[in-house]
Design a protein around this ligand. Structure first.
Ligand code: 9PG
Length: 539
């Protein structure tokens, strides 16, 4: 059994090949284990897709399965959501008492890492990595966290590709103010009121389409999407559009007309892809030639309408476990779908991947959302605390995962989601808003959904200054930065809430049960829509 040595750390590797490279080793195998005698203090858990929890945690902390279960396919890798040990997708790392970090990270797809060994029982700890299908290579690195993660990122770029480094545009996005209540006239009024604010892209989010799956404009866009894109273009900006091309809801024509394109399990049942908009979600099988052609034609269509910035969302659906038309591993299948869409949209389109599995998206998109959705509140008591769901929309959840994913920046533009400036319809404190703005500056990816109609004069000035700013960014600690010398400390977002205790255990169980009921989700969806209409009445 070959041994690897890093300073005073002895590693037993069960694979049969190891190559020493600068700052680490490459080993290969379907199953690898790194055993170490020093006791690790913290574990780095890396989430599967954009929204999935990514954080440093105490090695002894056992993350409860987040609720509700109906959302697992849409928020986590559903295969591992109940895995008992600390675990994560493709990579895992531990930190020792002296601050040194040991990382085990796959250089291929469909891989997972877990931390084994009961620290409290004095067992030697082990980082265990495995490939779901076949064998592959792994990077093993030890040393300072930034050096180790940078080396891993470099190797991933060599194997999977990286983004061409187009400068990230400054985006106005319709989602976090108007949600699905967008319509042609309202959007036009908002766009006009932006006046000279320096946005590069005006991006129309969810709400323009007839159905998720039927990508034609609905009755709220009577002039069609081409006309709206032309108006945006005439104002000197780039038109952007949201789509969830790998999903179909049961009320869509796509779902009924192409049942053979839908992802199924070994029993022939449709694979659940989550539940949104009061309906269950299903996924396209991206190995089906018919589906691939359709995806290509869809991308050509939206480019022909005039949209050059595409936010493709809920992309995880293409990589869910299932039985496919062509029997290839799930992330390879996803990558094939993404390749077809990229080829059809052209290299000149700006492609933001959202809700996307991380490693399989490298080299194919320009930008990647690296955290869950923000919201006008810091942390939802119901979702983040009682349901213990770190993926749910909320500013604290978004900052936590994003701040732990900044090592991805050399590979792809890291989208931290929008920042807020206005105090209307928003319960974030000035400091919390500032933190989100600073995160955008650290990521160098700036977006907002704030309605110019809701901004005070001062807030509008702040937004304008933010869009023009490119401060010198220096990292001073894991979650602390200096922006032009000014301190930005993201640590208030980094901790996880305490797990429910006492009476909250009961509340959590009841809420979790309710959250799994389709009817309850439908009621919530309708309530949300009514509240939104009320909010937008005077616009
Ligand atoms: C549009 C939105 C926005 C947003 C995306 C994505 O139910 N859910 O758990 C859930 C998670 C994320 C989500 C929507 C629902 O947001 O991240 O920017 O485009 O879709 O629907």
């Amino acid at each position: 059994m070959p041994l690897l040595f890093f300073d005073n750390l002895r590693i037993i590797s069960y694979s049969d090949k190891s190559i020493e490279i600068s700052n680490g080793f490459i080993i290969s195998g379907a199953n690898v284990s790194l055993e170490f005698e020093q006791a690790p203090q913290k574990y780095y858990r890396h989430g599967w897709q954009s929204w999935s929890l990514t954080t440093w945690q105490d090695v002894n902390f056992r993350l409860p399965a987040q609720k509700p279960a109906i959302l697992h396919p849409l928020q986590t890798d559903p295969l591992y959501v109940t895995h008992p040990a600390p675990n994560g997708s493709w990579l895992g790392a531990v930190e020792f008492e002296d601050g040194k970090v040991l990382l085990l990270g796959s250089l291929g797809l469909e891989a997972h890492v877990a931390l084994h060994g009961q620290q409290s029982h004095g067992d030697a700890a082990q980082l265990h990595g495995w490939y779901e299908a076949g064998a592959g290579d792994w990077f093993v690195g030890y040393g300072d966290e930034p050096t180790v993660f940078a080396r891993y990122a470099e190797l991933l770029g060599e194997r999977l590709g990286s983004a061409p480094g187009k400068p990230a545009p400054r985006v106005w996005c319709s989602w976090y103010s108007l949600y699905t209540a967008i319509e042609q006239g309202l959007l036009q009024r908002v766009f006009d009121a932006l006046e000279d604010l320096p946005f590069d892209v005006l991006q129309i989010d969810d709400g323009w389409q007839v159905k998720v799956g039927d990508w034609v404009p609905n009755e709220k866009f009577p002039s069609g999407m081409q006309a709206l894109a032309a108006k945006i273009r005439a104002s000197g900006r780039t038109p952007g559009l949201w789509l969830a091309p790998l999903l179909a809801v049961p009320s869509s024509d796509l779902f009924h007309q192409h049942r053979d394109w839908l992802l199924r399990d070994a029993d022939g049942k449709l694979v659940p892809a989550g539940h949104v908009w009061g309906e269950p979600l299903y996924a396209l099988d991206t190995t089906h030639p018919g589906a691939l052609d359709w995806l290509g034609a869809l991308m050509e269509q939206v480019r022909a309408w005039g949209f050059d910035y595409l936010k493709l969302d809920f992309l995880y659906a293409g990589a869910l476990p299932g039985v496919r038309h062509v029997d290839i591993p799930r992330e390879a299948a996803y990558r094939q779908g993404l390749q077809a869409m990229r080829a059809a949209m052209g290299a000149d389109a700006y492609f933001l991947a959202c809700g996307a599995p991380i490693l399989p998206s490298f080299g194919l998109c320009d930008a990647l959302r690296v955290g869950p959705d923000v919201a006008g509140e810091w942390e939802s008591q119901r979702d983040a605390v009682l349901l213990y769901n770190p993926t749910t929309p909320g500013t604290r959840n978004a900052i936590r995962t994003t701040i732990n994913r900044l090592w991805l920046k050399p590979l792809v533009a890291a989208d931290p989601d929008v920042a807020y400036f206005c105090s209307q319809h928003n319960s974030l404190t000035a400091e919390q808003k500032r933190l989100l703005q600073d995160l955008a500056l650290v990521c160098d990816f700036k977006a907002t959904s704030d309605l110019p109609q809701w901004l005070s004069e001062e807030e509008r000035r702040d937004l304008s200054a933010f869009l023009g700013a490119r401060p010198e960014v220096e990292q001073s600690g894991r979650t602390t930065f200096r922006l032009n010398g000014r301190q930005a400390d993201f640590s208030p977002a980094a901790l996880l809430p305490n797990t429910p205790a006492g009476l909250d255990v009961l509340k959590s169980a009841i809420l979790g049960w309710l959250g799994d009921q389709g009817w309850a989700l439908k009621v919530l969806d309708q309530q949300g829509k009514r509240a939104l209409q009320k909010r937008l009445r005077n616009l």
